[in-house]
Design a protein around this ligand. Structure first.
Ligand code: ADE
Length: 369
């Protein structure tokens, strides 16, 4: 469509819809979304691997991967995961190291660990299948109200909402809600309302339509593309020019900064790695040895308890987690004579193929050949 030419009859119709829109109450407004939303989704839904074959296991894995991760980044991981672990039994039996290797680069590794825990429960209590029940899905590790709603509606057609960040943004704009969308109570109220208005026979398309509008039109970063939005005539934030103030999010606390010195510690063609603590950030994952603070050469050798080594500086690097930022200074330390500390000495090939090192160390692991 030529967006520059004004289509007067259509414009008049929208004006009428708009003035009607203003008079609606919130539930009426939400109810009125169904038609335009389902029509739009039929025409605009992206073809995605988990959509083409929405089996419960595939929907579950895709939804967990899509938390905090973009669709384009998820696609190759999803395909590889499905090939390596094609069903719940395979996931329950996989070793943690292999699972983390499959997850390497996606971040938020507790998601992968929860998948395995849930798969073990499914094998022992549910005959290796996901239950077709929103409430039972919610009892599984890593499955909250959003994921339970997505699996229940997309894989089983159960009419329950799936409210994620996309949906919170779309609905708070449509209804002109000035409430903080990061509050659990706001999400719960939205779930209640959507449950009442959503169509009982088209739960999958309805939920995915809302997610899709949020991802493609009412976009998370930058101005919404209201000219392409099926909900534009109902959307109070658009009508009143409030899309830059809604959704409301209270500012988060500043992240804690942690200075670190990361070591690529080499000895006879091998590199040192070690396992992190099983609690706290990146629990039980392998890491490059690292020391608190930004240390100089002398301090590094002192901490390693070695007196002979060649030390070269590497580029500094920064990694941002949700609550913490690592500001890293890097050094390559080529040990001569004895090795240092309690490390696992591995080859570059083993780092690539066997041990999963978190993306936070990427600036240094990519130098290991
Ligand atoms: N983001 C989260 N869930 C999604 C889905 N089912 N389709 C596309 N993007 C998503």
């Amino acid at each position: 469509m030529d967006m520059c030419k004004v289509n007067q009859p259509l414009y008049d119709k929208l004006q009428i819809l708009e003035s009607k829109g203003k008079e609606m109450d919130t539930m009426g407004r939400l109810k009125a979304m169904e038609g335009p939303l389902l029509f739009w989704y039929r025409e605009h839904a992206r073809s995605l691997p988990w959509r083409e074959e929405p089996l419960p296991y595939r929907v579950w894995i895709s939804e967990i991967m899509l938390q905090q991760t973009r669709v384009e980044a998820v696609k190759p991981y999803f395909e590889r995961f499905m090939k390596s672990l094609p069903d719940i039994k395979a996931l329950a039996e996989v070793t943690e190291d292999r699972l983390l290797k499959l997850w390497e680069g996606l971040g938020y590794y507790s998601r992968a660990k929860n998948l395995k825990k849930a798969a073990e429960i499914l094998v022992s209590r549910y005959d290796g299948e996901l239950p077709a029940s929103y409430e039972e899905l919610k009892t599984l590790p890593g499955i909250g109200s959003y994921t339970a709603g997505a699996i229940a509606s997309i894989a089983f057609g159960i009419p329950v909402p799936a409210v994620d960040g996309n949906v919170l943004r779309v609905i708070s704009r449509v209804t002109e809600s000035h409430e903080d969308i990061l509050k659990q109570s706001v999400k719960r109220e939205m779930e209640e309302r959507l449950k009442t208005v959503m169509p009982k026979e088209a739960a999958s398309s309805y939920n995915q339509g809302l997610i899709e509008v949020g991802a493609l039109v009412c976009v998370p970063n930058g101005a919404p593309l209201c000219g392409q939005c099926p909900l534009a005539s109902l959307c109070l934030a658009r009508i009143k020019g409030l899309t830059d103030v809604i959704p409301v999010r209270t500012p988060k606390k500043a992240r804690r900064i942690e200075d670190k010195t990361v070591l690529v510690l080499c000895h006879e063609g091998r590199v040192a790695i070690r396992k992190r603590d099983d609690k706290g950030l990146l629990p039980s994952l392998y890491e490059l040895p690292n020391l608190e603070g930004h240390l100089n050469e002398e301090e590094i050798l002192f901490s390693l308890d070695v007196d002979k080594a060649d030390v070269f500086p590497l580029p500094s690097s920064k990694h941002v987690f949700s609550h913490v930022e690592w500001h890293m200074a890097g050094f390559c330390v080529e040990l001569q004579g004895k090795t240092a500390g309690e490390f696992l000495w591995v080859t570059a090939k083993e780092i690539r193929q066997t041990y999963s090192l978190p993306g936070a160390f990427k600036a240094y692991t990519k130098l290991i050949r």
